[in-house]
Design a protein around this ligand. Structure first.
Ligand code: BTN
Length: 329
């Protein structure tokens, strides 16, 4: 019997279950249609459940995918269109293409794994199965200050992590979510210019969120291991990716609505309450080069203000911060 590639088998199982939402399909029938053994079916069903698919199993009846698929009832915008993939190159890439085709605001693309996950400043983002990798299409009325949305993303994730795990995350400018001094989540914001934007005349923003959820230390490349962590490592148990996704989307919706209605002020207040950057000696790498100094503040637009010495102060809009104690720089 051809067991096929695991990801393809899972796609086929999902296609069968999605074809008849709420209906129980007997296990032996699924095995026959796909051409796999019972043992392979159990294994793949387990993996699908762990990835967050709401699959119910009943003795003698079989398997069913709960109808609705996306229990995002408490959000009005975020996730109203949800596309779930086993494997994509990059959810940001897919979301950008969808935004270009006119996808509605709040469209979410989520994948179990990414073959070419993207990080900030052109870096690769290692995205094996077990992490929560997703992107949201936003269509703000004006994207004069995209930097503000980047900070907003970090606030939403930090709040969602605190709510679902009880951990106490902090933020490293602009939006790295930290547990202690290790990064647990990175956020990549990308603009989709109006010219590629389904003709609605406004640029869109794709916010890509990568949370190291159920990852083991050896999933990360050797050189970054001392700098990163995962929820599984911190909690000593797995977390539900589905619950986590829902929580992040709920927080995103709350802060995005606040931002639309009241501007950046309230979001910045929340960001400051979570901040671990201001007051530290920092080295900031930007596309133009790197600079060192003391992080003095974050201004009303979300830029990091750095005192580089002798009274010189620089405002940075985008970059990567390396934190250090006195003497590290
Ligand atoms: C960073 O460098 O800190 C940003 C990492 C962002 C990773 C996420 S994973 C989901 C989305 N798709 C991508 O290709 N990147 C973002």
């Amino acid at each position: 019997m051809d067991q096929g590639n695991g990801a393809q088998v899972r796609e086929r199982i999902l296609a069968l279950l999605r074809g008849q939402p709420g209906v129980y399909l007997p296990g032996h029938e699924i095995c026959r249609l796909i051409g796999i053994s019972r043992a392979a079916l159990w294994k793949q069903m387990g993996l699908l459940r762990r990835a967050g698919y709401p699959i119910s199993a009943k003795p003698r009846l079989g398997y069913s995918l709960k109808p609705g698929g996306a229990p995002l009832a408490r959000t009005r915008i975020m996730g109203r269109c949800l596309l779930q993939f086993m494997r994509v190159s990059s959810t940001n890439e897919v979301a950008r293409r969808l935004a270009g085709d006119g996808a509605v605001e709040g469209t979410v693309v989520v994948a179990d794994e990414q073959s070419a996950g993207r990080g900030r400043q052109g870096r690769a983002w290692v995205s094996p199965r077990g992490g929560l990798w997703f992107s949201v299409v936003l269509r703000p009325p004006a994207v004069a200050q995209p930097q503000q949305l980047m900070l907003l993303g970090g606030v939403a994730v930090a709040r969602a992590l605190r709510r679902t795990t009880g951990l106490e995350p902090g933020l490293k400018w602009p939006n790295d979510v930290m547990l202690g001094d290790r990064k647990v989540c990175g956020i990549l914001g990308e603009m989709v210019p109006a010219s590629q934007n389904g003709g609605d005349g406004r640029p869109a923003v794709v916010l890509g969120v990568g949370i190291n959820a159920n990852l083991d230390p050896w999933s990360f490349p050797q050189e970054v291991r001392p700098l990163v962590t995962s929820l599984k490592q911190e909690l000593g148990r797995q977390v539900s990716l589905r619950r986590l996704l829902i929580a992040v989307l709920e927080e995103l919706e709350q802060f995005y609505s606040t931002w639309l209605e009241h501007g950046f002020g309230p979001v910045l207040e929340e960001w400051k309450a979570l901040d671990r950057t201001v007051g530290s000696l920092v080295r900031v790498s930007t596309v133009e080069g790197s600079l060192e100094g003391r992080a003095e503040a974050v201004d009303a637009d979300g830029r990091l203000i750095i005192d580089t010495g002798e009274g010189r102060v620089t405002a940075v809009s985008a970059g990567d911060v390396h934190l250090g104690a006195a003497g590290f720089i």
